[in-house]
Design a protein around this ligand. Sequence first.
Ligand code: PLP
Ligand code: COI
Length: 338
Amino acid sequence: MLNIDWKELGFNYIKTDYRYISYWKDGKWSEGKLVKDNMLTISEASPALHYGQQCFEGLKAYRTKEGKIQLFRADANAKRMMATCDRLLMPTVPIDMFLDAAKKVVKANEEYVPPYGTGATLYLRPFVIGVGDNIGVKPATEYIFSIFCMPVGPYFKGGMTPVNFCVSDYDRAAPKGTGGVKVGGNYAGSLLPHAEAAKRGFADCIYLDPATHKKIEEVGSANFFGITKDDKFVTPVSPSILPSITKYSLLYLAEHYLHMPVEQRDVYIDKIDEFKEAGACGTAAVISPIGGIEYEDKLHVFYSEKEVGPITKKLYDTLIGIQFGDVKAPEGWIFEVE
Ligand code: PLP
Ligand code: COI
């Protein structure tokens, strides 16, 4: 029996028993294996270490009321990882191989999948790294694909309690850079802006579009959505925003489950008072209500700094209802782990 207080989990690394690993060599992936060792031994000249030739994904496994285990839209993570690998000239992991690896890791670590009702989930972290002896700035000739996992609780402290954000002067991505794919370098560059925001008491910072600094792009490591005063679900579009699977799910749920008009369009920071509710969404963040955004020395509060707004709450209940198997999912969203 594991000694884990499921309800007290935050978003922290916990070593679980097994991880999946496959090696790319001579133009193909090796047959993946589940291994116990959580240490990697790689060449000191690996391009992942020097030139950031690496990427990652994040997805979750959920325990249903009946005790089954299911993954949420894992095929979308597989596809996004393929797009990221293409952008960095890395070999892609085929969708079936990704899904098989994800299921195997969950199954092998079954006892770490938190019980239904605790709110906790099993977070899976797939990654691909360029390895091998390679000192010039060129793609690696060898790669590692791995998935490890750990039980997690809320990413932002308090979960569904609103948190405040400030607007960053830094850019997280360049207009035609790598913001739209999930590469580690995007996150290395965000550590300083995050630390500065945290020092000032904010949960994280909002990144504006790098070309004009007028439009909202991301909320730390999550996408932005807002509910207008006339009840529209609005989320920004830009090639430098990471295409969040949670965001696209909420767009669908707002339209088809909550019957709201939805819009993907520019969201201007100097017009944020058009929203009566706002949220950050992502796999780790799920939905985190945004209490307020500090912009030009003023805190613009949406619904409340203390309570979640009713539409955000409905979206959240619908999303997690589907993820935990309590609400009927749109076709193809759920992958059972048998
Ligand atoms: N934006 C960034 C920068 C992220 O790192 C993430 C996390 O994956 C998201 C948005 C949310 O994406 P998803 O909903 O696919 O997890
Ligand atoms: C996720 O939501 O899965 C993320 O990748 C966000 C963060 C933990 C990097």
